[in-house]
Ligand binder design. Sequence first.
Ligand SMILES: *Cc1c(COP(=O)(O)O)cnc(C)c1O
Length: 356
Amino acid sequence: MSPKLRPVLDGIPTYKPGKPAAADGPAAYKLSSNENPYPPLPGVMEQVAAAAGAFNRYPDMACTGLMNELSERFGVPVSHLATGTGSVGVAQQLIQATSGPGDEVIYAWRSFEAYPIITQISGATSVQVPLTPGEVHDLDAMAEAVTDRTRLIFVCNPNNPTGTVVHRAELERFLDRVPSDVLVVLDEAYKEFIRDVRVPDGLELYRSRPNVAVLRTFSKAYGLAGLRVGFAVAHEPVAAALRKTAVPFGVSQIAQDAAVASLRAEDELLGRVGSLVCERTRVYEALLKQGWTVPETQANFVWMRLGDRTADFAAACEEAGVVIRPFSGEGVRVTIGECEANDIFLHTAEAFRARL
Ligand SMILES: *Cc1c(COP(=O)(O)O)cnc(C)c1O
């Protein structure tokens, strides 16, 4: 007999990591995981190297240096901050803190593929609310989906994988409708890439609303995906619950020190984000010119709803030298990467379109 495992684990969708670029094959560029294509900044590397000299020791469990830096940078008390192993780690802690068997977690679909996984692990039930035909969160339908059992609602803004956003007025209207004992998590993993001024900063909404938590990550704009560090800003008692549900010593000292160094090098890092935003505009406009229907994106990727052509398109890209992220039968998400990679992708898209 095998050890008894929790039945809720049956049928959990496995997280599909973006395929790596093949070391020897034609696919030299990875546009499949929304990573930052720029290599680490030299100053951040120095901090990492220095911290690496002490990895026989446990990290600072309270992440003191990073918490203080975040507190100052964002103007929030340290008691409202919690760090974790990437913002996915913090999202899982939020679910553990709020939701168990019999409870419901609402999120848009399609959205970030970690949401169904971490919900199911907790034993709670996913309530998936379809995106509008324009690929945007249907906040009215999400508000209507709230029941007595709802414990947490994710709003992914901009949404992964569609890149679409919800604006201030509609988000405030939604928050006004959600009962104050339901936690609303604004997942702002791509915040720094937003240029649409109608998109609110979640931190503004959190300040006056005790049931709003904001998730941020160092993985995308700050380029620390491999170091696993993210954080939440939330009122008590939510922030305190996050500290309780954290894996002890989850965030390495290397990650903590790199995050502090990145906040201090923010000007340079945000300059890189600016360049990626220019590339995003170039890619988006080129796709429209080629005749594709692409939702306007405020993140570092574009979404193409290709339906049953998805697999063929992904294969064509890979053959041409770029690995993208197919969602079987639905569409592809393509990260904005190096100019050369974006060029290869655009040429492939154009050639593919010509054959339709
Ligand atoms: C990439 C991403 C994250 C961040 O993941 P980390 O665990 O911080 O690397 C969170 N939410 C969404 C929607 C993402 O796309």
